[in-house]
Structures are given as structure tokens and as C-alpha cells.
Design a binder for this molecule. Structure first.
Ligand code: HEC
Ligand code: HEC
Ligand code: HEC
Ligand code: HEC
Ligand code: HEC
Length: 496
């Protein structure tokens, strides 16, 4: 059997080019099998390895196969033999003497072709499924996807595959994404990509095909209480509370609803914006019950001509940071403090931490050193006794801040603090106020509501008590009327 195979291979390798082809096919096939076995055994899992196993090796294999007919064709031309004569010369007489369709040669060719087909189909299906793995998307191009990969792993979607949001289902989506992937490979190879990677992602599939596979509009109901703590930059890092009840429901009637009203089946909002970043709206339209659209226009931009297609408002227009969540430095510190990771009993913790994080460092190595120097230096200089007695606490604060830095700042991709906008509220950029603003006006003079309590009830606003407005109001208090209003608004909400 083996002798037959060797004989056959010798025969196929008709000249030098043929030998190259045979070596390419055989060696890539054998390496593939070995690597695949190693991968199945769990010894070999890197995504670079995956790239080699599933992309490079099958490609070499196909090139090798394609070389063979070319080698034969060249040999025929050079020697002037007929195909039959060349076959007789290359293969042993016994194999070719009989009629071709009965010959062992044909059997060998058919057998090997069958193996080739099984191999190629198997390898390409393994390749497709491997390319759907987050670890491939996140690490194959190394530094390019590093920011997205890091933020993804620390997000509520850490178990959702990249392709479930970025590609979606169906043949169209698949072809789109593979074409796009090819372009990405080229741009990575030739260093043509932008740093940071620009957003919005123009090729993102409509949210109906991605997000709504898992979260569908009728699923949103009720309100969600967010207790936000902000720490002052004083020596005690004094906490202040803002407690909001976010009205996240969809509502049922076309014009009665909460924050997810925009995406209920019955409603549609669409818009055009001045820039690709979708920050400044030119006009916003909302579908009316009779099917017509009511338009709110930014009059100061009436003369702006845009070639952009109107965009139908969907999940990603608000949740553009659903997964790649970059933190604001002050908020990142507040959240760690609220969790008890940064000790408030170290004097001026908030202020020192914020300063250490927001200095401009040349690279991450100097940032790691700089953060330590800032904290150690401050306490050694200003509070020598604290420095001596709380060395372990200061050391662990340094560790926490370094993690915050590594998670959010990516020097190789130029991702610095607040490099990406976040549309979810109105604290970081326009957010909701891109449309909920008096500058957009309809023909009847109306604007989209800016009433604070349409989106959230207040239980506290920058207060030392987290549920300030839930407590009975003091008539002597200057904010008595506001307090009473917010309390009754909240209670009305409860009754809804
Ligand atoms: C839950 C859905 C979801 C998952 C899972 C997801 N992404 Fe994203 N991704 C988004 C959204 C939404 C945006 C922002 C789109 C926009 O603003 O147009 C985005 C943006 C990006 C961008 C553009 C840069 C940026 O931050 O805006 C890259 C690159 C990217 N994602 C890569 C990945 C990779 C790699 C993975 C897997 C490791 C992944 N994504 C997983 C939803 C997702
Ligand atoms: C494959 C399923 C899946 C897809 C697709 C998906 N998500 Fe999620 N999403 C989840 C899961 C699971 C959670 C975590 C739920 C939890 O923590 O209770 C989640 C959580 C969330 C949260 C809540 C986070 C929080 O802080 O509580 C938001 C917002 C969200 N997803 C938005 C989106 C958006 C926008 C998209 C499309 C770009 C999307 N999701 C696509 C499964 C998915
Ligand atoms: C008008 C802006 C907007 C749109 C459009 C929008 N959301 Fe939200 N969504 C919010 C806000 C605001 C919250 C609450 C604050 C937060 O989660 O940070 C929220 C909360 C959520 C949550 C968490 C719900 C909970 O009870 O905690 C999920 C999941 C979610 N959205 C998914 C989606 C999906 C999927 C879509 C598209 C079908 C979508 N959202 C469209 C603004 C929006
Ligand atoms: C692209 C523009 C746009 C953006 C951005 C936007 N909205 Fe809206 N929103 C609208 C329009 C249009 C209406 C309907 C106004 C009308 O017809 O009176 C609306 C209505 C609402 C309503 C319902 C009001 C009612 O009368 O029941 C809520 C709640 C709401 N938006 C919350 C939000 C929140 C929260 C955000 C930010 C996370 C946001 N919106 C961002 C355009 C937008
Ligand atoms: C169109 C809807 C909408 C309107 C109108 C609105 N807000 Fe908000 N606001 C939000 C959303 C959504 C968030 C939560 C963002 C998040 O989850 O981070 C928020 C968050 C906040 C926060 C907390 C910010 C932080 O993280 O520290 C404050 C304070 C606030 N709003 C005040 C107001 C006030 C005051 C008004 C009235 C002038 C108002 N908002 C009007 C949607 C709205």
C-alpha cells in the first residue's frame, strides 16, 4: 500500500515544479493533521496557531494541488510526448497497461481526490467556526483589537460571541462579514487601519438581527433604580448620592412609554446627522399613527446638505457602549470606591487617584511606574505616619489603579481617556440630548420633551442621603417645593 503510494507520488512529481507541488501538499496535510491533533488534545490553543492551522496550511495545500496540472502541462510541452506516453513513462507498466478505467492508477487518483475533498471541506468548516470564536477576533490581529478584547472580557456580554453582534445570521451577513474580514486582513498586513478604530461601525447589522435575538422590545418593563455615588476631592473623599429610577419600559400605546418607547414595534424614529459620529442631528422624524412622519428640524442647519441615508434609530444609537465599555477616570474611581476596592480612609484618596490616572504617560510601562510614584510620593511627603502604617493599603490601591489604567488606556491604538463617545445618558457628550433638545423644532413649534422626569424619577440629587426625596420634606428647607414635587412624581410613578 505504502509502496504503491510512493510509486504514485513519484509518478505525479513529473518535474521540478511537480516535486514542489507534491512536497507542498504532503507536508501541509501532515502538519495540519498533527496540529489539529495537538489542538484537540488541548496542548495548542493560541489564535495565531489557529490562523496557521486553518488558513495558511489549507492554502498551501491548494496551491500545491494546483501546481500539479501546471507541471504536467509544462512537461508535455517540453518533451512533445502525448499524455498517454507521459503516463506510461511516469507510472509503472503494471499500473497503466490495463484499460485506464480498470487501472490501479485511476483508483489511486480517485482515492486521493476523495481524501483531498474530505480534508478541504473539513478544514474550511473548522476554519469558519474557528473564525467565529471571540478569541480569534480578539487576539489574531494582536494589538489592533486589544482595546475591544479587553473591554469585552469585562462586560455583561463576555459570554456572547463577537459575531452575534457584529455579523448576525443569514447568508448575506456571512458573505458581508467575510469580505469585510478580508479587507481587515489586508489593512492589518499593510498597516492601513486607523488608530483608534473609528466608530460607528458602518457595517454593523441592524439591531433587529442581532441585539433583538436576545433582548426583544416587549421584554422591557418597569423601572430600574440606579444609586450613583460620587466622591468629592476633599480629604475624606465625601460621598454624594444621586439616585435615579430609570423608566426603562417600552409602553404599549404609541405615545405612552418609557425609554424603550423608541424601539417598540409600533414606533419608528429616524434621523440624519451632520457627521459620521451621529452627534449633531439635522432632522429627526417620528412615525405618527396614520403612518406619516412628524419632523423636528434643526433650523440653524437647514442649509446643510448631506448625502447620508436617513438612519432608523435602533439599540446601538443609545447602547453604543454595550460591550466595549470605556470608563471615565473619575467614574471609574468612584465605582471602585463604592465597592470598597479603594480605601476612603486614606486621606485625599479620590484626588490623588484621579491625578495619578490622568497624567499623560508615554507608554503603559511608564504609566505603571508613574501611578506607583504618585501614590507613594504623595503619602510619603504629606502623611509620613499614614505611609508607614498603611503601606499595604496604599500598595493595593496602586494595584487597583493600574488595572483601571490597563483596562481603559491602550497606547498602541491611541485609545486614551474618553476616546469613544457614550450615548447612553447625557453626562458624556450629547447622548439623549442630541434629540431631546429645544434646538430641534417641528412645524407646529413643538420640540421633543426635555422634562427630566420623563426619563427618570429622582430619589436623590447630589445629596448626602441616597433617598433624600423619599423622606418627608421640611417646610423650612429652601428646596421644599422641589422636594415635594419629586416625591409626588415618584409616588405617581409607583401608582402607574
Ligand atoms: C453585545 C454586542 C457586541 C459584542 C458581543 C461585541 N461587540 Fe464590538 N461593538 C458592538 C457595538 C454596539 C459597537 C459600537 C458600534 C457603533 O457605535 O456603531 C462595537 C464596536 C466595535 C469595534 C469598533 C471600535 C469601537 O469600540 O467602537 C470593534 C473593533 C469591535 N466592536 C470588535 C469586537 C470584537 C473583537 C468582539 C469580540 C471579542 C466584539 N466586538 C464583541 C457590539 C458588540
Ligand atoms: C447572544 C445573546 C445576546 C445578544 C446578541 C446581545 N445581548 Fe445584551 N445581554 C445578553 C446577556 C446574557 C446579558 C446579561 C444579562 C444580565 O446580566 O442579566 C446582556 C446584557 C445587556 C445589557 C444590560 C447591561 C447591564 O448593565 O445590565 C444591555 C444594555 C444589553 N445587553 C444590550 C445589548 C445590545 C445593544 C445588543 C446588540 C448590540 C445586545 N445586547 C446583544 C445577551 C445578548
Ligand atoms: C433611547 C435610547 C435607547 C434605545 C434606543 C435602547 N435603549 Fe436599552 N436602555 C436605555 C437606557 C437609558 C437604559 C438604562 C440605563 C442603562 O442601562 O445604562 C437601558 C437599559 C437596557 C437594558 C437593561 C434593562 C434593565 O432592566 O436593566 C437592556 C438589556 C437594554 N437596554 C437593551 C436594549 C436593546 C436590545 C435595545 C434595542 C432593541 C435598546 N436597549 C434600545 C436606552 C436605550
Ligand atoms: C434620534 C433622536 C432621539 C434620541 C437620541 C433619543 N430620543 Fe427619546 N424620543 C425621540 C423622539 C422623536 C420621541 C417622540 C417625541 C414625540 O413624538 O413627542 C422620543 C420620546 C422619548 C420618550 C417618551 C416620551 C413620551 O412622551 O412618552 C422617552 C422616555 C425618551 N424619548 C427617552 C430617551 C432617552 C432616555 C434617550 C437617551 C438614552 C433618548 N430618548 C434619546 C427621539 C430621540
Ligand atoms: C431624554 C431622557 C432624559 C432627560 C430628558 C433627562 N435625563 Fe438625566 N439621564 C438620562 C439617562 C438615560 C441617564 C442615565 C445614564 C446612565 O445610565 O449612565 C441620566 C442620568 C442623569 C444623571 C446622573 C448622571 C451621573 O452619572 O452622574 C443626572 C444627575 C441627571 N440625569 C439629571 C437630569 C436632569 C436634571 C434633567 C432635566 C434637566 C435630566 N437629567 C433630563 C436621561 C434623561
Amino acid at each position: 500500500m505504502f509502496r504503491n503510494y510512493i510509486g504514485f507520488i513519484r509518478g505525479v512529481a513529473v518535474n521540478r515544479l511537480g516535486k514542489v507541488g507534491v512536497i507542498l501538499t504532503t507536508s501541509s496535510f501532515v502538519t495540519f493533521v498533527l496540529l489539529e491533533l495537538a489542538r484537540l488534545a488541548g496542548v495548542f490553543t493560541s489564535s495565531y496557531g489557529g490562523l496557521i492551522t486553518y488558513l495558511t496550511l489549507p492554502t498551501l495545500f491548494v496551491i500545491g494541488l494546483a501546481t500539479l496540472p501546471i507541471a504536467w502541462w509544462r512537461q508535455l510541452k517540453q518533451t512533445g510526448l502525448t499524455t498517454r506516453e507521459l503516463i506510461d513513462r511516469q507510472f509503472d507498466r503494471e499500473g497503466t497497461a490495463r484499460a485506464f478505467y480498470q487501472s490501479p492508477l485511476l483508483l489511486s487518483i480517485l482515492g486521493l481526490s476523495a481524501i483531498n475533498i474530505v480534508f478541504l471541506v473539513g478544514a474550511s468548516s473548522r476554519m469558519l467556526s474557528f473564525m467565529d470564536e471571540p478569541v480569534f477576533c480578539g487576539t489574531a490581529c494582536h494589538s489592533v483589537m486589544h482595546p475591544e478584547w479587553v473591554t469585552y472580557q469585562d462586560s455583561p456580554h463576555a459570554r456572547v460571541k463577537c459575531v452575534e453582534c457584529h455579523v448576525g445570521e443569514g447568508v448575506d451577513a456571512l458573505i458581508d462579514s467575510k469580505l469585510n474580514g478580508m479587507w481587515q486582513m489586508i489593512s492589518v498586513t499593510f498597516n492601513l487601519y486607523e488608530r483608534p478604530i473609528p466608530t460607528p461601525v458602518q457595517q454593523l447589522r441592524p439591531a433587529r438581527e442581532t441585539c433583538e435575538k436576545c433582548h426583544w422590545p416587549s421584554k422591557f418593563y418597569g423601572e430600574r433604580i440606579d444609586r450613583i455615588v460620587r466622591y468629592a476631592k476633599d480629604s475624606a473623599s465625601t460621598p454624594r448620592y444621586t439616585t435615579l429610577s430609570l423608566k426603562v419600559d417600552t409602553g404599549s400605546a404609541p405615545h405612552l412609554g418609557g425609554i424603550h418607547w423608541h424601539i417598540s414595534e409600533a414606533n419608528q424614529v429616524r434621523y440624519t446627522s451632520v457627521e459620521d459620529e451621529r452627534e449633531t442631528m439635522i432632522w429627526v422624524e417620528v412615525r405618527q399613527e396614520d403612518g406619516s412622519f412628524k419632523r423636528y428640524e434643526n433650523r440653524s442647519l437647514a442649509s446643510v446638505v448631506t448625502d447620508q441615508e436617513p438612519r432608523v434609530f435602533d439599540c446601538v444609537d443609545c447602547h453604543n457602549r454595550a460591550t466595549h465599555i470605556y470608563e471615565d477616570p473619575a467614574r471609574a474611581i468612584d465605582e471602585r470606591m463604592a465597592l470598597g476596592l479603594l480605601p476612603r480612609d486614606l486621606p485625599y484618596m479620590k484626588r490623588v487617584a484621579l491625578h495619578a490616572l490622568t497624567i499623560t504617560y508615554a507608554d503603559s510601562v511608564s504609566a505603571m511606574e508613574g501611578i506607583e510614584n504618585q501614590l507613594f510620593g504623595f503619602y510619603r511627603r504629606e502623611y509620613p505616619s499614614v505611609f508607614a502604617s498603611r503601606a499595604a493599603a496604599i500598595d493595593s490601591a496602586v494595584g487597583v489603579l493600574r488595572d483601571v489604567y490597563r483596562r481603559n488606556i491602550h497606547h498602541t491604538m491611541n485609545v486614551t481617556w474618553n476616546a469613544y463617545p457614550d450615548h447612553i445618558g447625557h453626562a458624556r457628550g450629547g447622548g439623549c440630548f442630541r434629540c431631546h433638545s429645544p434646538s430641534l423644532v417641528a412645524a407646529d413649534g413643538s420640540s421633543i420633551t426635555t422634562d427630566c422626569t420623563v426619563c427618570h424619577s429622582f430619589a436623590a440629587y447630589d445629596s448626602d442621603r441616597a433617598f433624600q426625596f423619599m423622606l418627608p420634606a421640611d417646610t423650612a428647607d429652601r428646596s421644599y417645593h422641589l422636594h415635594e414635587y419629586l416625591r409626588s412624581e415618584w409616588l405617581r410613578g409607583e401608582a402607574r
